[in-house]
Design a protein around this ligand. Structure first.
Ligand SMILES: Nc1nc(=O)c2c([nH]1)NC[C@@H]1CN(c3ccc(C(=O)N[C@@H](CCC(=O)O)C(=O)O)cc3)CN21
Ligand SMILES: O=c1ccn([C@H]2C[C@H](O)[C@@H](COP(=O)(O)O)O2)c(=O)[nH]1
Length: 277
């Protein structure tokens, strides 16, 4: 995961100063990519400790189609709390668009079913993808996330928004497009989450997990993350851990946190940073 540290250096060396919606201020570059071969280990950062439970349970929550933070909170995950209404609602965010994209006749489309089915029955297809950018439900950028959610709009529009899958020689690769990436807090989660989803889909579809590619639009460092980023850049990367999936659940929707084990994770200590809301 040296590539991750190289991206942080790239931002510091080449970034432009940009204001942003949250009022925090960022240093930003545009159009970057990270690739990682999953055969070389599970891409959980080693230069700071990541909370794998948050990553795995967030993904399970997306796949359940859930858009309320109650289940997350009950399962030890608080990363979405700042954006939710007092009832825990986030509006029609990721889970809703992934599994129940609303149609004009009042029905819904499960894009995850489509992907699993395509991987099993038509793996050569160049159309194996799902996405979360549903313009009808995008929030008003000038309103608070909670006010948007109360009006039935997304609290935040999706950042990781398009997932495409590719099969060759029985191996599964995936590419994710992230339109806006918080390099210090969000990006490490998004990389690990894509890797986990790729492992799960591979298991369900009898494929071997291969490469993940993360393509990023606005890649930024928040002005109040600079000392944390400098600290991380002083640290040496360590051997990546391995992911063990201990059971083969009946479907992509039946995974539980207990099914996963991260073996051999020996990271540097965590580094606290404020989140821009
Ligand atoms: N500014 C911003 N950055 C993000 O990365 C982000 C958002 N907003 N809004 C929506 C989600 C929420 N995400 C988050 C929110 C908090 C942490 C965070 O505080 N992580 C801590 C540990 C917290 C924990 O896992 O319990 C960390 O040290 O990584 C990470 C991602 C990712 N997304
Ligand atoms: O999975 C995620 C979700 C969010 N982010 C970051 C990227 C931005 O810093 C903010 C979203 O603000 P916008 O004004 O909507 O771009 O959250 C992330 O990195 N990963």
């Amino acid at each position: 995961m040296k590539q991750y540290l190289e991206l942080l250096t790239d931002i510091l060396e080449n970034g432009a100063q940009k204001g942003d919606r949250t009022g925090t201020g960022t240093t930003s570059v545009f159009g970057r990519q990270i690739r990682h071969n999953l055969e070389k280990g599970f891409p959980l950062l080693t230069t700071k400790k990541l909370h794998f439970k948050s990553i795995a349970n967030e993904l399970i929550w997306f796949l359940n189609g859930d858009t309320n933070i109650k289940w997350l909170n009950e399962n030890g995950v608080s990363i979405w709390n700042e954006w939710a209404t007092e009832d825990g609602e986030l509006g029609p965010v990721y889970g809703k668009q992934w599994t129940a994209w609303p149609t004009k006749d009042g029905g819904s489309i499960n894009q995850i079913d489509y992907v699993v089915n395509a991987l099993k029955t038509n793996p050569n297809s160049r159309r194996i993808l799902f996405h979360g950018w549903n313009p009808e439900y995008l929030p008003n950028e000038r309103k608070k996330p909670q006010d948007n959610a109360r009006e039935g709009l997304m609290a935040l529009p999706p950042c990781h928004l398009l997932y495409q899958f590719y099969v060759a020689n029985g191996k599964l690769s995936s590419q994710l497009y992230i339109r806006s990436s918080d390099s210090f807090l969000g990006l490490p989660y998004n990389i690990a989450s894509l890797a986990l989803l790729t492992h799960m889909l591979a298991q369900q579809c009898d494929l071997a997990p291969h490469e993940i590619v993360v393509s990023i639009g606005d890649l930024h460092a928040y002005s109040n993350h600079m000392s944390q980023i400098q600290e991380q850049l002083t640290r040496e990367t360590r051997t990546l851990p391995q992911l063990l999936i201990k059971r083969r659940p009946d479907s992509i929707y039946d995974y539980r946190f207990e099914d996963f084990e991260i073996v051999g994770y020996d990271p540097h200590p965590s580094i606290k940073a404020p989140i821009a809301v």
